[in-house]
Design a protein around this ligand. Structure first.
Ligand code: SAM
Length: 334
């Protein structure tokens, strides 16, 4: 392996989020907008072989953890075979997934057999009607069953909820009850103003600080030491008498750009060094040109890394109306 790559702020990357498709079977109101909606053409989406090349190049930069995301990773055919191929080619790579868990019937056991240990499940409400309102689909039961199936298969489960005042804040008690009953990591993520034409209502912003105050009234919380394996950018708390834990992710109110270790690759092979920056580096020409491409890819990645920004400044500008952070989450992968 070559030397790990640092950016101009001295940050090292070790974590790649790879979007396997921009398509999703849900229509979450905060993530998606039908205005000017265009999905990628089939030929623009990287093949799994091309994605494996990207992973190979990224591992030369020091990437040791990869998260498959989307769109919804499980709407793309052959994703299990792809995971198997990653595990075969990179046995030491920590492979994780972020999913809406609506298509997981029979899948958790197979994931465990492939050596996947951790899965993030997005679930913003515990009420089937609110679920239908947020996502446009009546799939709450599927997701709830999938959480149990993942736990039964021995996977570590994070349940990620986007925090939205007036939408799911009244469910905080129910979420805490879930984290008392099940050994899950419950995470509230501040709603980020991302994507062109995706509605952003400042009145809906429910800050991590407010969640902490409100959760502390409902449960006895104890702050936990940051655990590199599972905390990520979250502040994590134990819940007295509970099997699970509560985590708060505050990209806006208390950002973690200073320790950001992430790269992202979109399904059409665009490298992003920051979730909030619209600067993208096209990997497809290197992948589809002539000759061996891994070295070329690694060079592009190293060059891109030099300009990795401190993204929260962009996000704050967006909150004030600046035209940045325009690519939609479903196209980036979160
Ligand atoms: N379909 C998968 C899923 O639902 O987890 C993966 C893709 S989805 C874009 C990844 C994560 O981004 C989800 O947890 C989703 O809730 C989150 N997300 C999307 N838009 C967001 C926003 N504006 N602010 C905060 N989180 C957002």
């Amino acid at each position: 392996m070559s030397a790990p790559a640092a950016d101009s702020h001295g940050r090292f990357v070790s974590y790649l989020r790879l979007s396997v498709t921009d398509r999703c079977n849900l229509r979450c109101s905060y993530c998606w907008s039908c205005h000017n909606m265009r999905f990628l053409q089939h030929g623009d989406i990287l093949t799994y072989e091309e994605m494996l090349e990207c992973i190979g190049a990224a591992s030369e930069l020091g990437i040791s953890k990869i998260r498959l995301t989307g769109g919804e990773p499980f709407v793309r055919k052959g994703v299990m075979g792809f995971i198997e191929a990653i595990r075969r080619d990179h046995p030491a790579m920590d492979v994780r997934l972020t999913t809406n868990a609506t298509l997981l019937e029979g899948v958790p056991r197979c994931l465990a057999e492939l050596g996947v240990r951790r899965i993030n499940i997005s679930l913003d409400t515990l009420d089937p009607e609110t679920f239908l309102r947020i996502t446009g689909r009546d799939f709450f039961g599927r997701v709830r069953t999938a959480i149990d199936d993942c736990l039964e298969a021995g996977l570590r489960v994070k349940v990620n909820a986007v925090a939205m005042r007036g939408v799911n804040d009244h469910e905080l008690g129910a979420f805490l009850d879930l984290a008392r009953a099940l050994p899950i990591d419950l995470r509230f993520i501040e709603h980020m103003p991302m994507g062109d034409a995706v509605p952003w209502n400042p009145a809906e912003f429910w800050s991590a600080e407010d969640i902490l105050v409100e959760a502390s009234r409902l449960a006895e919380l104890e702050p936990l030491e940051r655990d590199k394996e599972s905390s990520g950018p979250a502040r994590v708390f134990s819940i007295k008498g509970g099997a699970g834990r509560l985590g708060l992710i505050s990209p806006l109110s208390n950002h973690f750009c200073g320790t950001c270790n992430r790269l992202r690759i979109t399904a059409d092979g665009r490298l992003r060094t920051c979730l909030f920056s619209d600067t993208e580096y096209r990997l497809r020409p290197a992948l589809r040109g002539r000759g061996a491409c891994r070295g070329r890819l690694a060079r592009i990645m190293r060059r891109a890394l030099k300009t990795k920004p401190v993204g929260v400044e962009l996000l704050r500008a967006r909150k004030l109306g600046a035209p940045v952070a325009l690519r939609r989450m479903q196209a980036i992968g979160g």
